[in-house]
Design a protein around this ligand. Structure first.
Ligand SMILES: [Zn+2]
Length: 386
């Protein structure tokens, strides 16, 4: 396997058999949640299709074609993803109007996928897959194979196509050039037009089970407790697993505890937290969401995990070995004693609702303001009376 792939063995083997039997289709749609491994599976499939010396359907890893696909620069491989659209853009070539600096940055981002196929492309202002990318691909395809053998088109996060790009893609899918395979990936396939979906064979990538992630992390040298914690926090999203395995947990713990201190209006470094601190916290989160949306959402998820652990301990203090944040045990027990009647169910629901609302691009300062205020009121109302 050329690109690291975690726990998608059945789909990988299914493709291997298709290749061995020469029954490879012209279009596949790989769907499944973020971080399940769709891109990695797609890149591996591309390498299997392009390898000049496959071994039982698997890419050999050594031939010139494998060397090229490893760096995503095989002439028969077209990688289509969201692109920024400059003012003087052309409808025929996605690069027109972009500066050399922009183009270099896009190439760098693409190269990061070669070393880590779970990497999330981070190209500023690249919101949509443009019609120019589709037309460019179509023109190159109809010019014929640059190299002998098959041609492979990977359309990453296909739901990001503009209407024009969908239209252009549909036309190619209706009359696919010979020896060409299209691989579309999408975490939200329901956003693709039915006409596109019906021309693809849909395959579902499931997130790896918690135990596989724990094994994977142990293999990377993490201890059992950290591995379990990451597996639980990630919800199976391997991209999150990677980020979490590189994060500094002690820093994360202190920052999440400080968020609760601000909400509860307790002390940080001998100073009582006020509404001004809460306003400042909201501003910080709004800024973080702009710079690193995934990390921002992780913070909200940590708040949920904190409350779930507290809920578990409140119901059964002896269940200490079942909580995720084992190292926060004392703090969690303190929380349950201080707020014996805390409405965990409602408050967790509120954070989950806020998470869902942030994905719908609602006005973030208002969402966070409402969330933190509700949590603060809950803390004020449920504080144990002396
Ligand atoms: Zn090869």
């Amino acid at each position: 396997m050329i690109f690291e792939l975690i726990n998608q063995d059945s789909l990988y083997q299914a493709f291997r058999h298709l290749i061995c039997s020469g029954r490879i289709g012209s279009a596949y749609l790989l769907c499944g949640p973020d971080g399940a491994g769709k891109t990695s599976l797609a890149l591996n499939l591309a390498s299997m299709l392009l390898c000049r010396d496959p071994n039982d359907g698997e890419a050999c890893g050594d031939c010139p074609a494998c060397a090229k696909i490893r760096h995503l620069n095989h002439a028969n491989f077209y990688f289509i993803h969201a692109f920024p659209r400059p003012k003087n853009a052309s409808d025929a070539d996605p690069y027109t109007g972009l500066s050399d600096e922009d183009i270099g940055m896009i190439r760098d981002e693409e190269q990061k996928l070669c070393t880590d196929p779970y990497y999330e492309l981070n190209i500023p202002k690249a919101n949509n897959i443009l019609i120019s990318s589709m037309r460019d691909m179509k023109r190159k395809l109809s010019a014929g194979q640059a190299e002998p053998g098959r041609q492979v088109v990977l359309i990453h996060q296909a739901e990001r196509c503009t209407d024009g790009a969908f239209g252009a893609l549909l036309k190619v899918l209706e009359e696919p050039p010979r020896q060409t395979t299209f691989i579309l990936t999408s975490a939200n396939p329901q956003l693709l037009p039915a006409t596109i979906r019906s021309r693809c064979q849909t395959l579902k990538c499931h997130v790896p089970p918690s135990e596989s992630i724990v094994d994977y992390l142990r293999g990377k040298g993490l201890d059992d407790s950290d591995a379990r914690r990451i597996a639980n926090l990630s919800g199976g999203n391997m991209r999150l697993v990677r980020t979490l395995s590189e994060s500094d947990f002690s820093e994360l713990d202190s920052s999440i505890l400080n968020v609760w201190r601000i909400i509860m209006g307790s002390k940080i470094e001998d100073r009582w937290m006020t509404m001004e601190d809460m306003t400042e916290l909201i501003e910080r989160y709004v800024k973080l969401e702009k710079e690193n949306p995934m990390e921002f959402r992780n913070y909200l998820r940590y708040m949920i995990f904190f409350l779930r652990d507290a809920q578990l301990l409140a119901a059964a203090p002896e269940a200490v070995d079942r909580i995720i944040n084992t190292h926060l045990r004392e703090k969690l027990l303190g929380f349950t004693q201080f707020y014996p009647d805390f409405s965990y169910f409602d408050m967790i629901g509120l954070i989950e609702q806020t998470l869902a609302d942030t994905e719908r691009n609602l006005y973030l300062p208002a969402l966070l303001g409402r969330l933190f205020l509700e949590l603060r009121l809950e803390c004020l109302n449920k504080r144990k009376t002396p």
